[in-house]
Design a binder for this molecule. Sequence first.
Ligand code: ADP
Ligand code: MG
Length: 623
Amino acid sequence: MSLLQISEPNFESPVSTHRLAVGIDLGTTNSLVATGCGGRVEILPDLDGEYLLPSVVQYRKGSPPVVGEKAKAAAVADPENTVISVKRLLGKSATEIKNSDTVGRYRLDSSRDEKAPALLTANGSRDPVQVSADILKALIARAEDFLKGKLEGAVITVPAYFNDAQRQQTRDAARLAGLKVLRLLNEPPAAAVAYGLDSKDQGNVVVFDLGGGTFDVSLLSLKKGIFQVLATGGDTALGGDDFDNVLAEWLSLQVFGGKKLDLGEQSKLLHYANQIKHQLSDLESVELSYADWSGRLSHVQFSTLCEDLINRTIKTCRRVLRDASKSVGDIDNIVMVGGATRMPAIRAAVTQYFGKPPLTHIDPDRAVAIGAGVQAEILIGNKAANNFLLLDVNPLSLGIETMGELVEKIIPRNTTIPVARAQEFTTFKDGQTAMKLHVVQGERELVSDCRSLAHFELRGIPPMVAGAAKVRVTFQVDADGLLSVIAEECSTGQTAEIQVKPSYGLDADSIEQMLKLSHEHAHEDMELRALKEAQLEASQLMEAIDAAIEVDGGLLTKEEARVISSAITELKQALDKESSGRIHEQTEKLNKVSSEFAARRMDLHIGKGLRGESIDAVDQSNK
Ligand code: ADP
Ligand code: MG
């Protein structure tokens, strides 16, 4: 990376080449691929100019899988060999699939293991990972055609509620498709990123995602560039498709008088209902004609048909807010995601509930992919976003302040993340029960020359002599660059913790500047550090001697006391001169002239200790 080599004269900065990375929204109903072109992130179309790739795969004997629009069209005629909504099957066991499949749409291969189910198709068994890989391959081909080059990696989005097995299978599908996963990203923050909400300092964002077959509401809290998921809710059996069903039922009643339809006729009617639903998002009313029946449906009538479904979405919002102990007034932005949020009735209900209109200016079915594309550009190094610089290495050292305003580096710069490092520290004063921790970032030796990231305190340290307590400080940076600092007092297990995003407010220029300064000041910083350490050692010794004289001064002759006191005076003079060499010399001298005193105290206290112990021992044996 050129910016990290800027002040090393033997290296030329590499010439920048644009590296190819994409963001992928691998959706239940539709999938999209996005990438950075000319400073913006755009969705890539297929050869016909279509942006959405239906997440549908048709398998035919002896020929390659058909993916997308063609497969979706085939689903009506060939439902048995056409896999839809495969995302719902990821990470599921055979029994789980059977139980969730109310329509009887999936034919499971009974020769397969319970834990590794596969679907029967005209071209053999296909498991959910393979089907997902076929969708990914179609997206990769689209991107590589468009970008005229090989992809280096992708950010793939997953629902916030996806468990480890579902995430792992998403990764497996990418590997099978020959695609490197730069990161799996949760869908709700991805949408918020697409709207640039991460550049705000703070706020609460609700992401309302109504896709084809699922509904997810997430409440995100933004603090200094980090999205934290405060609460999630939703319904895995509620989505745009249910609105199709409601409309198809109504149509079936009008056209066929409610008589039972076969699978093929049902599929056809559903397909028609879906088209009408889409039209009603733009038109007041629509002319209907199906078989030899014709009629008209207004938007208002349709909204009335869907009232229950709409109310369910609002109920979920209410529950999510309640779970996070927030009220609608606490919500700064509502982000609409998922194709079904195009329905005006949904938008109206959301506006009414939150008391303000939601953000809708990014296409709701594109927002997640765009957010993933932004992340991909950053991860591959094409773009250093202003306020969330997400590199896979830690660009500047992270450490804590130690006595003397010095920095102790814990994670050095250029360490690959995720990473965890720990170090032990101790108390400075006798009886010290609390410790201040100051987390800093930078290459310099003095705290004042570094960036301050966070302060926190560890309390409840049992009182001990200075230097006896053990406090273990762990620095942990996760894959998203989030730093957690945990301080633990080892004897009691008392802990304190803080989280911070070290990249917040840091851009490539300021990193470069900080590295430059640290090189320029390297020598002077080293001297300064030596001085500070000498000063610290000296004052620690003087304090210890003062405290000892107060308790055991009687052990000294007048002459001995005078010698020690004059050594202290000389050390203080050396401290004023600010030369680490002089201070070391005088500290040594003070150590020497007081060593006899220290030895006498040791004898005295060990003696006391032994006597105390023998009395206890006697007591014990008498019981
Ligand atoms: P997923 O996240 O499940 O892949 P999408 O976000 O692509 O799904 O949403 C698909 C759903 O959005 C479908 O039910 C589709 O009918 C619906 N949808 C797309 N466009 C419109 C529109 N203009 N009006 C109403 N619903 C729409
Ligand atoms: Mg979606």
